[in-house]
Design a protein around this ligand. Sequence first.
Ligand SMILES: Nc1ncnc2c1ncn2[C@@H]1O[C@H](COP(=O)(O)OP(=O)(O)O)[C@@H](O)[C@H]1O
Length: 412
Amino acid sequence: MLLGAGRLLCSDRRRPGSAHEAFFREVWRELPAVRRVFGNSPWRGHRRSARRTPGSAMEPCAEPPLFTFGVIADVQYADIDDGANYTRTRARYYRNSVRLLRRACRAWSEEDVRPRFVLQLGDVIDGHNVKHGASERALETVLRELDGCPAEVHHVWGNHEFYNFSRDALLASALNSARLGDGRLARPGDMYVYHFSPAPCFRLVVLDAYDVSIIGRDETSEKYEEAASIMKEHNSNPDLNHPPGNHDNCPLMSFSQCRHNCSFFFSVHTVTHGLEQRFVKFNGGFSQDQLQWLDEVLSLADTNQEKVIVVSHLPVHPSSTDPICLAWNHSTVLSILHSHSCVVCFIAGHDHDGGYHQDELGLHYLTLEGVIETPPHSDAYGTVYVYKDHMFLKGRGRIEDRVLRYPDHVNG
Ligand SMILES: Nc1ncnc2c1ncn2[C@@H]1O[C@H](COP(=O)(O)OP(=O)(O)O)[C@@H](O)[C@H]1O
């Protein structure tokens, strides 16, 4: 059965829009064995196939957008020679990343419609700065570039922010953009969360994915205790950055690295090692307080009939990312998003390969390709054009164009 299902899942037949897609969705939904084998991501290999509006394939609509905003993720700047990721499967261009950031800021400045804001999705400088005592200098370098942006910058915090700075230092730094937030339903406690309305009927919510984490919390804090106990339950490796399960000997690992072409192997690898891989120290989760706050903000947005974009460094939908990059309690966040009628999109960084998924309710999950793993001749940033009934992501370089039509229950 595995081979048969594998052939089917490998084939173009499950490609969104194909004549067989509905059949495969049905099989996947109805047969627990298939779901067990292929996990939550049987369409993942097709995550780059955006739905496009006929006639508007690669350009925004002719009509003026309500507003636009810039997006960029995982700059991870450091003044060091090029290197590689942990598994040495991807190059990292530490110095060049700030050049790409500069290019993005310049391009946003030259656009016909000036972006209303820029969204920096976290990991703006790399953890390597710490051992060179260069954290402050690196931050100054990227902030200087961001000063060239034509609009205010909203910063999300990722794991590399916490490698470089304590939470208190971050709260006191220019990376704290919560002052740009709406005063209503102010953030509780010491979480870095806020929301703002960039235009009438739209709202953006910034989440803190390291609220409960080993790296984002002081060791004496309750939230650190909570994170430590979650990790103890799920990951028994001496090095907590090493995901649970033995991947080193997994013959599928090399195939699963090549996720765009080998979705079958990726799916099997995911099942073999499962979503448990997310329980690593470089990820984190959302506290109960934060989830309650999110629920309240979304309720207010429902009442005001706003369209909401939620953002965090960590992705929350398993089909929009490698599971090793998922937020620990991603499924609770998904339940909250689903319990409100206002949410149209979730945007994250962290998985430098990027990802995309549209779920059964029509919500979009966008994971942006990281600047740090983008070769010098390419780019990794985008501009989102926001319209009444959809958004259009104009991607540059590695980031693909996408039409993100709002869910039917939002468009009415
Ligand atoms: N599979 C792994 N096993 C052990 N340590 C890892 C693994 N993957 C990453 N790390 C370590 O975790 C930290 C964060 O990894 P990194 O790849 O820099 O994160 P990011 O994806 O946010 O750039 C680094 O110190 C890295 O060496």
